[in-house]
Design a protein around this ligand. Structure first.
Ligand code: FE2
Length: 309
């Protein structure tokens, strides 16, 4: 990854706190298309159809939201070197590098960002053979985690942290958001100015627009209406479709995320990405986001995203 100074080479997984583990497992398997790879008394790990051991971990808890973000690194040396580098910069270390006794294994450490989020960096986790999908109508399944968007009250400070400390690159800025990459994907994390420090949404990559449509159809038929989309975003050029999970957390199926391979890429500015308010996406096709999802994206949880039977 010669174009990057970060030891982090990818977004591996997110851990969410959910209020009802059973209900959330039901949603993320039967409706969202993931597969359980490990289940404990108070947590579950779910895989997509790519190699990662899991892309989503759910913890039973009273306050739904983001628990932590897990990044991948290539080697134990990268993990150790990054931890030492962060310590030298005065970053709070949540735990020191060690062999993880987590079910997915690997060697990792964790740090705390300036707004209190916990990030793990792990190398050598267990992996799987990619899943073969027989029938998209029945089994459309994300390939991997695409990105996580977090709401920030200090966009400038977090921008500096992501660039100067983690070594990520800014891909684009809009009036409300900044998009950062740690590999060729246009963004693995984005910051959003929605008036709180909270989770905005978690996006799962679908293998194609066709797979995305099968997934969207399955979620809608399960009683979870599309809250925003379908459309094609400007920054990132990705197709988007947003839903609320049973906790009121926002989840996205996305596809065709822009790949940035040009080392001389110049980030787009808010002025360049300005658009008329009625135009929600490049196509001019997407509806406005629902009032419910606007609240949920700003960090309000517990809203219902399901049509009651
Ligand atoms: Fe997104």
């Amino acid at each position: 990854m010669s174009n990057f100074v970060s030891e982090i080479d990818r977004l591996r997984s997110v851990t969410l706190v959910v209020k009802d583990l059973s209900e959330s497992i039901e949603f993320y398997t039967k409706t969202w298309g993931l597969h359980v790879v490990h289940q404990g008394e108070h947590l579950v790990q779910l895989r997509a159809r790519g190699q990662e051991h899991h892309v989503l971990e759910l913890h039973q808890g009273s306050a739904p939201g983001l628990h932590s973000i897990t990044w991948g690194a290539e080697s134990q040396d990268d993990v150790k070197r990054m931890c030492e580098r962060l310590k030298g910069l005065g970053i709070v270390i949540h735990f020191e590098p060690h062999e993880l006794n987590d079910h997915s294994g690997g060697f990792g450490f964790a740090f705390v960002d300036p707004e209190g989020r916990i990030h793990q960096v792990v190398s050598g986790s267990k992996t799987h053979t990619p899943l073969h999908i027989e029938s998209l109508a029945d089994d459309a399944c994300p390939t991997q985690l695409s990105h996580v968007v977090v709401n920030s009250l200090d966009i400038a400070g977090m921008t500096d942290f992501l660039q100067s400390v983690l070594g990520f690159k800014l891909s684009d800025s809009t009036h409300k958001m900044r998009f950062f990459r740690c590999n060729n994907n246009h963004h693995s994390i984005a910051l959003a100015d929605f008036g709180s420090v909270s989770l905005n949404h978690v996006a799962f990559e679908m293998g194609s627009w066709n797979e995305l449509m099968f997934g969207v159809g399955r979620v809608k038929l399960a009683g979870y209406p599309l809250q925003w989309g379908l459309g094609r975003h400007g920054p990132g050029d990705n197709i988007f479709s947003y839903f609320l999970d049973p906790n009121g957390l926002v989840v996205e199926y996305t596809a065709e995320v822009q790949q940035i391979t040009d080392p001389s890429w110049v980030p787009g500015t808010p002025e360049q990405w300005a658009r008329p308010p009625e135009r929600m996406d490049q196509w001019g096709f997407s509806s406005q986001p629902s009032d419910t999802i606007k609240k949920a994206m700003s960090g309000q949880v517990g809203l219902s995203g399901k049509i009651s039977a």
